[in-house]
Design a protein around this ligand. Structure first.
Ligand code: ADP
Ligand code: MG
Length: 708
């Protein structure tokens, strides 16, 4: 059932998901065999709640059940499928710890089937005297072959059993069998989709159609079939990259084409503000600001990424950009990912803004009731000129009088949709996004291909890179003593513990235990901060650490983003080997923001592998975030660089742009050509390409076509 091409009818139709994708976009919970408890577990595993998300979950192994020897010929350790007759059941006494055994044979010998865990009566599955196919790994026990927990089917199901089965990455509560069944169901109803690929490219690469490709990747026969270089896998990877690049370019074009407004900075507010901050801009800041000013002055819209290492001074650049809006009688907003960071920004901006007579307000999810209404009123009437906030900023009831500049800090914490939602709150909003994660070029293309980029590649003067050393965790006692000495000398200390997920209670328990030990050793002036704490509790701890209340802060990576405590010049990172390099670099950026040389001790669990040591050595050797990012990428792959924990790149499930660099360049060139020739995607490939964008949920990009 191929997608019917859209006629020239209403453009509304163009902006709706094509019907041919319906079966792929139904909830995976609606599939047969997706139980109430398993469906959410599966959704979590595959990273989405729709049937199509199952298809993006690619097998990582194969089980070959085609080998069908006689019992006497079954080699130890081999995976075999045997055709046997059931002889005797040996059921254990109720509650006895012994396993359930079933003795079977063929004409060449005997084999025992074994189940360890409590099974009911197995006579239904294996009636005495019946013939069955049993499959599993052969082991020898007292000279007799046995198979533990075999798969058992009647003879007439040989076709479904004796084949190569894909093996999927699994998580607790999800079995390969259950997952495989849902994937098969989805594949069975998967539609033919219109071909969006460039025909010559497809022919040159020898790629299959989309439907054939998804079926192929889920039907591997050998380990080679799992390789990312198979034509089916490459095709799907290319599809994903093409969707990504096309979406980025459409969004970029739409932003450029829609008229912006001219916000020529007058300097009326900038001058007193700069005087109040009390330092001169670095060369990099001046250059970035000039780039921003050119965008603001230009009648098209700004969409610019300001990349700069921790401590490179992005905040003041953001402030000056926002002041351009205020100088022109409009408002500006600064959105940050956490409450803590929002509060710190308020502290930083309050003084300089007051000096220029500019009003700044803070809106977070914590503002409730009348206080919130009062804030919203000030934002709506325009008396709040600069609005700082968290996700609370793009809630529906937040209405600006005249928003002209939106700044988004720590861009990687927000999605494109959120960025658009904020920008939609004003008229022709100029957008500046900032990231403290230095991003290598390949990644800039995949993640930020829609933006212009400014780089703060120079730190404010007087900064010394932290003295970074590796220490074995076996010397924990010495570490604690060193912290004691540092505290006695008047420094504050961060003690960072890894947390796989804030929800992992075992990890949390470890952090709490560490806190207890340190607090005991250091006289009760040790605080604890982690993601499970509520906002106000976190702020209380953080304020105590920034002030006089606490000397040491035991923290999970919640301190990662933006937080500033100048008196903290020592950091211990426990289990440093578990962190990404870029993440460690960001953490390390928290210390040494005052004067003097900071110390960062990377405590690792022994023994440290060779690659792990090399990685940590890089941090010792350099403080250049861009360099560290490139090295991290080389050693570990992209996910780490962007601060996410999954392997591969965020937003990419079929392609790892690092492995398929050639495809990325091709996809980019193809997308560029397409957008130049057919910006509204109306031409012959247009319909198919829109289907592609929906398939990869780049809906936001399709919406931009309205104006195209
Ligand atoms: P980040 O890029 O990490 O957001 P910040 O904007 O917080 O960095 O700046 C880090 C620190 O450097 C702040 O204390 C800020 O006041 C200071 N700073 C920024 N620019 C300069 C400069 N040109 N000269 C001296 N100090 C600066
Ligand atoms: Mg910052």
């Amino acid at each position: 059932m191929p997608c019917s091409p859209d006629g020239p009818e209403s453009s509304r139709k163009l902006l709706m998901r094509p019907e041919c994708l319906n079966s792929l976009f139904r909830p995976l919970a609606s599939l047969k065999g997706a139980g109430k408890t398993t469906a959410p577990l599966m959704a979590k595993l595959v990273g989405g709640e729709k049937a199509v998300d199952l298809l993006w979950h690619l097998p990582s192994g194969v089980v070959d059940r085609r080998f069908r020897p006689k019992v006497a010929e079954a080699p130890p350790g081999a995976l075999v499928t045997l055709q046997v007759v059931v002889e005797v059941h040996q059921a254990p006494a109720p509650n006895a710890p012994s396993p359930y055994r079933v003795l079977c044979r063929d004409e060449t010998g005997f084999v025992t089937l074994v189940w360890f865990r409590g099974r009911g009566d197995m006579r239904g599955l294996l009636p005495v005297g019946a013939e069955r196919l049993v499959s599993g790994k052969v082991e020898f026990f007292d000279g007799v072959p046995q198979i533990v927990h075999p798969t058992v089917v009647p003879l007439d199901q040989a076709d479904t059993l004796c084949r190569v089965e894909p093996v999927y990455p699994l998580s607790a509560g999800v079995t390969n069998k259950a997952l495989g069944r849902l994937i098969t169901q989805t594949l069975d109803t998967a539609p033919d989709l219109p071909e969006w690929l460039d025909a010559p490219l497809k022919a040159r690469e020898g790629w299959p159609d989309w439907r054939a490709a998804v079926r192929a990747v889920h039907a591997p026969e050998t380990l080679q079939d799992l390789d990312p270089t198979t034509s089916a896998r490459r095709r799907l990877a290319f599809d994903e990259l093409l969707a990504g690049q096309l979406a980025l370019m459409l969004v970029r074009n739409a932003a450029r084409e829609r008229p912006g407004r001219v916000l020529a900075p007058t300097g009326r507010l900038r001058a007193p503000t700069l005087a109040a901050v009390g330092f001169a801009l670095t060369g990099a800041q001046t250059r970035s600001l000039a780039e921003i000013d050119a965008d603001l002055t230009n009648p098209s819209r700004m969409l610019r990424l300001l990349q700069g290492d921790v401590g490179s001074g992005k905040t003041v650049v953001a402030l000056l950009a926002m002041l351009a809006a205020v100088e022109n009688g409009a408002q500006a907003a600064l959105m940050v990912p956490t409450e803590l960071l929002a509060r710190q920004h308020l502290e930083t901006l309050r003084g300089p803004c007051a000096a220029a007579g500019v009003s700044v307000v803070l809106l977070t999810g914590r503002d409730k009731g009348r206080a919130r209404e009062a804030l919203l009123a000030r934002i709506a009437e325009g008396s709040a000129q600069i609005v700082l906030g968290t996700h609370a900023l793009f809630q529906d009831d937040v209405v600006f009088h005249d928003l002209a500049v939106a700044v988004i800090d720590e861009q990687h914490r927000f999605g494109v949709q959120q960025r658009l939602a904020l920008a939609a709150k004003g008229r022709a909003v100029d957008v500046l996004v900032m990231t403290a994660t230095p991003i290598p070029r390949t990644l800039t293309l995949t993640q930020y291909g829609d933006m212009d980029v400014s780089r703060l590649d120079e730190k404010p003067p007087g900064r010394q890179p932290p003295d970074t050393r590796l220490v074995s965790l076996e010397r924990l006692g010495e570490l604690v003593a060193a912290v004691g000495r540092a505290v006695a000398g008047g420094t504050k200390v961060y003690w960072v513990c890894p947390l796989v997920a804030e929800s992992e209670t075992s990890d949390l328990a470890a952090v709490e235990a560490r806190h207890a030990v340190l607090n005991e050793a250091l006289g009760g002036r040790v605080g604890l901060i982690h993601g499970k704490l509520k906002g106000p509790e976190r702020d209380t701890v953080m304020e105590a650490f920034a002030g006089d209340g606490l000397d040491v802060l035991v923290a999970t990576t919640v301190i990662e983003v933006g937080v500033n405590v100048p008196a903290a010049t020592v950091m211990i990172v426990e289990h440093a080997e578990r962190f990404g390099l870029a993440q460690l670099h960001q953490l390390r950026g928290r210390i040494g923001r005052g004067g003097g040389r900071a110390t960062c001790l990377l405590a690792y669990a022994s023994p440290l592998g060779e690659v792990a040591r090399q990685r940590l050595e890089i941090l010792r050797a350099t403080d250049d975030g861009f360099l560290i990012a490139e090295e991290d990428l080389r050693l570990r792959g992209g996910g780490e660089v962007l601060g996410t924990r999954q392997s591969g790149l965020p937003g990419f499930r079929l392609s790892d742009p690092l492995l398929v660099g050639d495809l990325l360049a091709t996809a980019r060139a193809d997308a560029q050509r397409l957008v130049a020739m057919d910006p509204g995607l109306q031409g012959p490939r247009g319909n198919a390409l829109r289907t592609l964008l929906y398939l990869f949920e780049r809906d936001a990009a399709v919406k931009t076509l309205r104006s195209g």
